[in-house]
Each structure stands twice: as C-alpha cells, then as structure tokens.
Design a protein around this ligand. Sequence first.
Ligand code: SF4
Ligand code: SF4
Ligand code: SF4
Length: 171
Amino acid sequence: MGIEINRMQFLAGDLSGKQAAMRPPWALPEAAFVDRCTRCGDCIPACPDGLITEGRGRFPQMDFSRGGCDFCRECVVVCKPGALLPDEAGEQAPWRLKVTILHNCLSLNAVICRSCGEACDERAIRFQLELGGVARPVLDQEACTGCGACFAVCPISSIRISPVESQDQAA
Ligand code: SF4
Ligand code: SF4
Ligand code: SF4
C-alpha cells in the first residue's frame, strides 16, 4: 500500500509522510499530546483563520497553506482536556517550529520577489542587497515566531516550516 500524505505534508515537501505533525500552538510535547488529546476536534472550528485541520489519526494539526497563526489562543480556550496548555506565567513559546528558505527561492536565483518578507510582521526575513545582484532573503531565527505567515505567500513554495525535532528529515 502506498504512503498517504496530506496537502500540508505535500506542500512542506514531506513526501515520505514521516515528518512530525505540526500541532496547534502550546501543544504538549508529542507523546504527552497524543496521550491527552481526545480527538474531540473542538479546536478545529475554534480557529478563526481555519488553520487547524484534522490530520493523521484524527489528531489536529496546523495547515499554514491557509495563512499564519496570530496566537489568539481561541484553540487553547476550547481544549478542555488540556492538550494545548500554555504555562501559567504565559511566557512559554507557542511551539518550536523552524523556517527554512529553500534554494529554489526566486530571490536566490536572481528574480526579484519579497513576498515572504512583506508578510512577516516580525521582520524576521530581511533582504540583503548584493553588489550587482538581487537582494537575497536572510532569516533571523531568533526573531521568527514560526507563525507561518510567510508560507502561503511564496509563489513557488520555497518556504519550509517544520518541527525543530524533525529538521534532519526535512532537509
Ligand atoms: S492561536 Fe488562534 S490563530 Fe492560532 S491556531 Fe489557535 S485559534 Fe488559530
Ligand atoms: S480541542 Fe484539544 S483535545 Fe480536542 S482535538 Fe483539539 S487538541 Fe485535541
Ligand atoms: S514564520 Fe517566521 S519568518 Fe515566517 S512570517 Fe512568521 S515570523 Fe516571519
């Protein structure tokens, strides 16, 4: 039987379907998450931007092909089992996702495009002018929140977003 992958996995270049799913923000670590999540699906309609979809095993996962997460916490509020659980101090990062700009990026290939940088409210993607060439995108990993807003706007799917733990598989 062939491997089944969903649309987000395809767009993320995860053709093997082995990359860890991107859970909604403030999800518990994966093992604890799948233990705690009842797959009730309440977080899916709660997201005002429709970014949460039903993934493998009916567990929820993020779909950044629809836009970026603004961390409104509506999904957290409806998650009664506590599978999405920010710390009480509110200082915990919503997730550990890493953005990678792939080599086929237009600006890395002498074609002017700044779509990802324009979509990034955090100004985590800046364009560095090169002598005699097109400005190339430079990602500031520290400033990046992993919101996913840069993902859908890239005209040639050069942005990859993946859980930090699965970077080796995503490369
Ligand atoms: S924090 Fe808000 S925008 Fe982000 S996934 Fe949850 S409901 Fe959607
Ligand atoms: S609301 Fe919580 S328990 Fe229900 S599917 Fe979403 S993450 Fe799982
Ligand atoms: S995922 Fe990072 S680089 Fe992309 S728009 Fe959000 S903050 Fe900016």
